[in-house]
Unconditional design. Structure first.
Length: 214
């Protein structure tokens, strides 16, 4: 068995953060497929008792530990690997600030928007989608302005903030109905820089469960 196991599925941007981090640090890891859509695995008593009481992915298994929440996983792996780690107290606090913003307002809106547009049955209410799209545009605009100042979110080097932000930003434009990279030029350039990092891989190549048949 490899050192790390990641409970995940290909459509989860939250899980993609953890999978991408594992790949970027060159970890010995393997994905454990979670049947979220057809099997409703995360909602089963067994999953909640044995894997994650919150009923979510990702979950990183490392030895006797099972860690959930992508920010916790990214921090844990950065500490162990000594890579993508914010340098110093000010940088750690700034990283936390942007990761919370990302989780709540960037990928925190992109994830539900994409789910309602592609996977929900019935599809999401157009009024709800319009509301989410408005918030997405505003919040991505904030990130785009930040990335006008430096190549990466905290400066000249990528950190766990950038890996967190990557969560939903590489899924196909047709799944959103708009092209993030075309609409937000600085985010588009940042995506190219992230994609050039050794170990980068697309979420559909990194995790099992694609293509999805509903």
């Amino acid at each position: 068995m490899l050192e790390y196991q990641l409970y995940c599925f290909a459509q989860s941007g939250n899980a993609y953060r953890a999978a991408l981090m594992l790949n970027l640090i060159g970890a010995d890891w393997q994905p454990v497929y979670v049947d979220f859509f057809k099997g409703g695995e995360t909602r089963t008593p067994k999953y909640r008792a044995e894997v994650n009481e919150m009923g979510e992915v990702p979950v990183l298994a490392h030895g006797t530990r099972k860690l959930s929440q992508s920010a916790v996983i990214l921090t844990y792996l950065a500490e162990r690997a000594g890579r993508f780690k914010p340098d110093g107290e000010d940088a750690r606090l700034e990283a936390l600030r942007w990761i919370i913003f990302d989780n709540q307002k960037v990928n925190g809106f992109l994830g539900p928007y994409r789910f309602l547009k592609n996977f929900a049955r019935p599809a999401g209410d157009p009024a709800v989608l319009a509301f989410l799209k408005g918030r997405i545009d505003g919040n991505l605009g904030i990130v785009d302005q930040r990335l006008a100042k430096a190549p990466f979110m905290l400066g000249n080097q990528p950190t766990i903030v950038d890996i967190s932000l990557a969560g939903y930003l590489y899924y196909p434009a047709e799944e959103f109905g708009f092209d993030i990279a075309a609409q937000f030029k600085n985010i588009g350039a940042w995506r190219d820089r992230m994609q050039a990092l050794p170990g980068w891989a697309h979420p559909y190549d990194l995790m099992p469960g694609h293509p999805l048949k509903l």
